[in-house]
Write a protein that binds this ligand. Structure first.
Ligand code: ADP
Length: 319
């Protein structure tokens, strides 16, 4: 192996830059050349790339977003698009490709494998919805951002004795809502993995008021419902003063936490090691503190287990 490619794809996540830096520096350390493709699979299909040197990845470890840019690439869903990508890799003499992204991006990498391209996937998404890794790059930062927002909203909620319904990201998963809800002390957390009834949330609210709570915070994962819909129902059921905040894309940006930088550095380096050992068609991940690799076949065909014990703990602690 002489030359490897790297790209970031799908939704951006804080820590992707640290992963790019780790891949580039580890590969160069071992005498490999590194080609960075821009805008995910789009840049791969259309030959948009730059050679990454040690200095190209300087001063990015602490920055959110991705220096390689990212995009969704509908053309890549077609066989013709993927064949275009394969020919660009052949033309550039690239022996293997490292794909940093979420579920969709790793499925894209798995499709390239079927066309004979050696790939390794690095899980990068704020949603933490990939199996075979305890955490994905960007999740910890997103949870910190949401927790900080809850702190701020809690101040105003207490002063005005209000209820805040806060909608958070996570696509079809509730990991961000659960982790931020537990660490932010939310009264109720609505996630797609656990069935809920708004009537029960209303009862909890009223019980809270009776025992003297000055405010209430309800977190709604975007995959479970919308904050507006929940707030409307709660207003009818409780007649309380309810405000809605949809946090939106602030959750995707910002300075990555040290946890995300460490995770990204370890996973990026492990992806290079995996390729050097001759292994490909795998995703690297963190499993009980250790860096492990799992085949796409196994990783992409299972649903990550939702930590129901933490959910129940959050419910008990918010009594
Ligand atoms: P994420 O990687 O964050 O989950 P997406 O699901 O949008 O984001 O996927 C990013 C890109 O990966 C898509 O725009 C597409 O180009 C590619 N992709 C997604 N799913 C597949 C698939 N099943 N086969 C091939 N490519 C895919």
């Amino acid at each position: 192996m002489r030359r490897i490619g790297i790209l970031t794809s799908g939704g951006d996540a804080p820590g992707m830059n640290a992963a790019i830096r780790a891949v580039a520096r580890k590969a160069i350390y071992h005498g490999l050349e590194v080609i960075g493709f821009r805008r995910g699979f789009n840049g791969l299909m259309h030959g948009e790339y730059e050679k990454l040197r040690l200095g190209s990845v300087a001063d990015i470890i602490h920055r959110g977003g991705t220096m390689l840019l990212t995009a969704r690439a509908p053309e890549f869903l077609e066989t013709a698009g993927r064949k275009k990508a394969v020919s660009v890799l052949h033309e550039q003499g690239i022996d293997a490709l490292i794909v940093i992204g979420g579920d969709g991006s790793l499925r894209g990498a798995a499709e390239l494998e079927k066309l004979g391209v050696k790939t390794v996937g690095v899980p990068g998404t704020i949603d933490n919805d990939l199996a075979c890794t305890d955490y994905t790059i960007g999740f910890d930062t997103a949870v910190s951002t949401v927790t900080e927002a809850i702190n701020k909203l809690r101040d105003t909620a207490t002063s005005h004795e209000r209820v805040f319904v806060i909608e958070v990201m996570g696509r079809s998963a509730g990991y961000i809502a659960l982790a931020a809800g537990l660490s932010g002390g939310a009264e109720s957390i609505l996630v797609p993995e656990i069935p809920f009834a708004v009537e029960e949330v209303a009862e909890r609210l009223q019980r809270g008021v009776k025992r003297g709570k000055l405010h209430s915070i309800i977190l709604v994962a975007e995959g479970a419902s919308s904050a507006l819909a929940v707030a409307e129902q709660l207003k009818v059921l409780t007649k309380m003063d309810i405000r809605v905040t949809i946090l939106g894309h602030v959750q995707r940006g910002g300075v990555p936490t040290s946890f995300d930088r460490m995770l990204a550095s370890r996973l990026g380096a492990a992806a290079v090691d995996l390729l050097r050992s001759g292994c490909h068609g795998h995703m690297v991940g963190l499993q009980q503190g250790e860096i492990k690799s799992t085949s796409y076949q196994e990783a992409l065909h299972q649903k990550k287990k939702f930590p129901e014990d933490l959910y129940h703990l959050a419910t008990i602690l918010a009594i």
